[in-house]
Design a protein around this ligand. Sequence first.
Ligand SMILES: [Zn+2]
Length: 346
Amino acid sequence: MRPGAQAARTAGGCALNARGDRQDGLRAAVDAYCARIGADPLLVQGAGGNASWKDGDTMWVKASGTWLAEAQRADIFVPVDLAHLRDAIAVGDFDVAPRACAGSALRPSIETLMHALMPQTVVLHLHAVEVLAHLVRPDFAGPAPAPWCWVDYHKPGSALAGAIAARLREQPDAQIVFLQNHGVVIGGANAAEVDATLAALLACLRTEPVAPVAAVTADMAQLTIIPDAGIQQLALDPRLYKRLRNEWALCPDHVVFLGAEAACYADADSFIAAQAAGAETSLAFIAGVGVFADKDFGAARTAQLRCYYDVLARQPSGAALTVLSAPQLAELLDWDAERYRLAMAR
Ligand SMILES: [Zn+2]
């Protein structure tokens, strides 16, 4: 610990570093980078994904529910006590609650520990489509442009952090951590290094999406058509529609935002009959007709659904996908931290 850090922590919750230009420059670079990648729906969906940088005993991490795309317009980062997190990690305590430095009203990301575990200065975690398209298959073996490791699916939060810690102990030089059915973590000395690794990784894993099926659709009962041509393909392309029933629960964010299963209807008549019988549907997939949602569906859920389409469109026809199990779904949907994040992200 640096001299004076303890005193600052006692007084203010944690040591806030004011080293001036170098850190200001780092922050500006991270802000600009986050805003850029946050605007690309193939990299970031709504409030998903997060970034951090370390400054001595302080780590600045994205606040829960905020959007990376907003990095230059709003204060999305919250400073937390990194020394406190590292002390907890050292004794295997992955349930530790990050301590935000005094003066911040924001709540640190539920994925904060993942950032503290990575030794690099700048850390980026994304649910990037081109990567996710591989992480939902049972047989991922790379390639990747830098030392990497693989972590099996675990509920985001302490369980996932513990699993990442175990893998990083085996491979401490990893710059890329693949999270099954979830996303990727990339560490680097600065934003430019992280960006170079991400660009090289995307070049390794890029897949051409299937060609879209054309169709004409209109609003349906009290639901309106979602104005996104990709999302519509989920109902219009029979190969994608077939996956909705058994391969819906691919990723934690997808389930948290969109529920544990898809409301699928074989045709317009069966949808209308279900509505007449009192079915409460806020999102409906009608085969060959379209994908419909209520007027409150919102940008965050639309972004998640678009991500799902983008991932499915990159699967080889008939390829088996790994889905979350019933117990994994149950633990995800009964989670207070997620409810907070959803409320913030709307
Ligand atoms: Zn994540």
